[in-house]
Structures are given as structure tokens and as C-alpha cells.
Design a protein around this ligand. Structure first.
Ligand code: G6P
Length: 369
């Protein structure tokens, strides 16, 4: 096992550190900005059909569901297709409205999640075309779909999903870009720019991994907290949900992810000097709004940890701690902004003496309903 961990203390840490490579593997042979290449072999015959569909329903569970939420924002913005993201377990038990011509994208690391598999069978019986985004080659879900794209992240051993998530978002972003281009909703310049930016994601993740020591120090400050709030807007809202889920899963600290603006409809009542609030506050279209949300938290003496864009001068004057990430196209920020949150939860869990790779009560793959 020590050999398998490759010198890392836990599989989770190894898998966090593998992300520059796993994201690159996920794009290998699929993206080339210089030649304007974007191909997903398994979807070759489906990009056309996706470009014509009026509706995409995404079904998934857990972290994969968060990848689905990111995909919703990307598909809607770039391809202007109506996307709904469903928990597989809710979708399958409520007689969902699925019509012939609808596309269902099922996202699953393991390819074995019982509820996701059942949701696929139900949607298929109603005439939907099913696309799979899975990591484990030859697992049950890819076999139940019409077509799909593997994430090629390599085996993920840690129960809390890390590199599978970034690979899922990478595949879904590639898919959305390909469909948007086919549909004509994406300007050629933006298409090229997105490919260029995708190719740079692995090195940006590498840069963020270098902030690990700083994140460890922040973790030490908050390891005894009993609650956490994670806030983000737009593309960073799913990142907030994923950050909170990671913390819950492995450190057993109660954490809630919320859209930053919704804070005033509830969670703001929880804020006092004991409450750490993690903001994903990158320089994007909602930056100014997030800045005022940070002010609202500081006015109530909450402790702010902010993920900011490199060179941000304003937020460091307000937040208690900041972690910088490089600038990039807004749609791709979740791929990089998630990394410091994975590290934060990892270090907090280790400091609390938790079993990081096998947290209590959780399974890597939930094959029961
Ligand atoms: C379990 C795992 C999570 C995972 C979820 C969905 O809860 O602990 O890490 O996100 O199942 O699994 P899947 O394999 O379908 O992505």
C-alpha cells in the first residue's frame, strides 16, 4: 500500500496532487489549440444531435452531481441549451418528464452507482438518448448508455472524490464547447481561446498546489471549528457546494455550501466570530457582488477565507486569509478553484486525526438504493 501511495501519506493527497496529470490525460488526443482540434471520439456521432436538442437532463449523485451543476452553467452559457441537473435518486422516483429527443447525461466516477444506473434505465425507457461521463472503463453505467466519454483520471482510491471531479468537469466543458461550436453559438475566437485556456489548466493547477503550506496553516487555525459556510456565485456556486461536501465527508465538521447572495435569506443568522466563511471570490462577472457579500460577513465578525485571483488587491484588505489562483476564462475556474478547497479539507481532517481515505459511514461506490 505504501508503494501505491507513491510517497504520499494518504491516497487522497496523492490524488489531489495527481490532478495536473489527470486533467492533462483527460484532454490527451482530444484538444489541440494550435490546430483548433476538439474531438471526443465516443461522441463523434452525437455532437450534431446534442446541438439540435432543446433539453439536456443531467443525472448524478454526490460529487458527480456538483460536476453536473458546473456543466449546467457551461452548457447554458456557451451552447444556449436548457439544462436541468437532477439527483438521480430524486429523478427516478417522481415520474420525470422525459420526451423523445431529450438527452440525459449521466455522470459517475465508479460507473456503478445504483440510483444513477436506475435513472438511466428509466430515461431510456422514455425514449431519451443517454450519454455517460464515467471514470471506470467497462463499468455498468457506460454499458447502459448510448455513447459517452471516459474521464481517464485513473483509479481513484480515496473515498472523497477529487481528481475524478476535475476530470468530469474537463470532459463536460469539452463537450459543451464542441456542441456550442457545432450549434454556432460560439464565436471562432472564443472557441480557440477556450481550447488555449483548457490546455493551460494543468499548469494552473500545478501553481495552486504550491500554496499547500499556506493552506495547511489556515487549516491549523480552523481545525476545531464546528461549522463552516462556503459561498460562491455563478460558476463558483457549485465549487462552494463541493468544498463544503469535502469538509463534511472527511473531517466530520458541519459545512454548508450556498449561493453567496442567498446568504441573507438564512445562513447570515449563523455568522459570528466563531464562524469561518470560505468565499470563492475570483475576478469574474460576479466579483463586485461577492465583495459586498464579504463585507456583510466581516460586519458580523465572521472569519473570511477567500479564494481570489492572483493580483487581487482589494479582497486581501478585507479577508482574514486569502489563497490566490491564476486568472482564467470564467467557465473554467471551477477546475482550479476546487483544488485549494480539497487541500483545506484534507489538512483539517488530518489535523483532527480522521481517517481521510476511508471516512466513517461512507462508501466509494454506493451500489445499494
Ligand atoms: C459516493 C462517493 C462519492 C461520489 C458518489 C457518487 O457517495 O463517496 O465520492 O461522489 O458516491 O459516485 P459516482 O461513482 O457515481 O460518481
Amino acid at each position: 500500500e505504501a508503494i501505491e501511495k507513491g510517497g504520499y501519506e494518504h491516497f487522497m493527497l496523492k490524488e489531489i496532487y495527481e490532478q495536473p496529470r489527470s486533467v492533462a490525460d483527460c484532454m490527451r488526443g482530444r484538444v489541440n489549440a494550435d490546430s483548433g482540434l476538439l474531438v471526443l471520439g465516443g461522441l463523434r456521432d452525437y455532437v450534431d444531435k446534442l446541438a439540435k436538442t432543446k433539453r439536456i437532463v443531467i443525472v448524478a449523485c454526490g460529487t458527480s452531481w456538483h460536476a453536473g451543476l458546473v456543466a449546467e452553467y457551461i452548457f447554458e452559457e456557451l451552447a444556449r441549451i436548457n439544462v436541468e441537473v437532477e439527483y438521480a435518486s430524486e429523478f427516478r422516483y417522481r415520474n420525470p418528464i422525459i420526451k423523445e429527443g431529450d438527452f440525459v447525461i449521466a455522470i459517475s466516477q465508479s460507473g456503478e452507482t445504483a440510483d444513477t444506473l436506475a435513472a438511466i434505465e428509466l430515461a431510456k425507457s422514455k425514449g431519451a438518448t443517454i450519454i455517460g461521463v464515467c471514470n471506470v472503463v467497462g463499468s455498468s453505467i457506460p454499458r447502459a448508455t448510448h455513447a459517452g466519454a471516459y474521464t481517464h483520471a485513473g483509479p481513484e482510491i480515496g473515498v472523497a472524490s477529487t481528481k475524478a471531479f476535475t476530470a468530469q468537469v474537463t470532459v463536460l466543458a469539452m463537450m459543451a464547447i464542441a456542441v456550442a461550436r457545432k450549434k454556432g453559438t460560439l464565436h471562432e475566437d472564443t472557441f480557440r481561446r477556450l481550447l488555449f485556456e483548457l490546455e493551460r489548466i494543468p499548469s494552473k493547477i500545478e501553481t495552486v498546489l504550491k500554496t499547500d503550506e499556506k493552506i495547511k496553516e489556515i487549516a491549523a487555525q480552523f481545525k476545531d471549528s464546528r461549522n463552516f459556510i462556503y459561498l460562491g456565485r455563478g460558476y463558483n456556486f457549485p465549487v462552494a457546494l463541493e468544498g463544503a461536501l469535502k469538509l463534511k465527508e472527511i473531517s466530520y465538521i458541519h459545512a454548508e455550501g450556498y449561493p453567496a447572495a442567498e446568504m441573507k435569506h438564512g445562513p447570515i443568522a449563523l455568522i459570528d466570530e466563531e464562524m469561518p466563511v470560505v468565499f470563492i471570490a475570483t475576478k469574474d462577472s460576479s466579483y463586485e457582488k461577492v465583495v459586498s457579500n464579504i463585507q456583510e460577513v466581516k460586519a458580523r465578525k465572521g472569519k473570511v477565507i477567500a479564494i481570489v485571483t492572483e493580483g487581487d488587491k482589494l479582497i486581501p484588505t478585507m479577508a482574514d486569509y486569502t489563497i490566490e489562483i491564476p486568472a482564467m476564462h470564467e467557465a473554467l475556474i471551477p477546475l482550479v478553484a476546487t483544488i485549494p478547497l480539497q487541500l483545506l479539507s484534507y489538512h483539517i481532517a488530518v489535523l483532527r486525526g480522521c481517517n481521510v481515505d476511508q471516512p466513517r459511514n461512507l462508501a466509494k461506490s454506493v451500489t445499494v438504493e
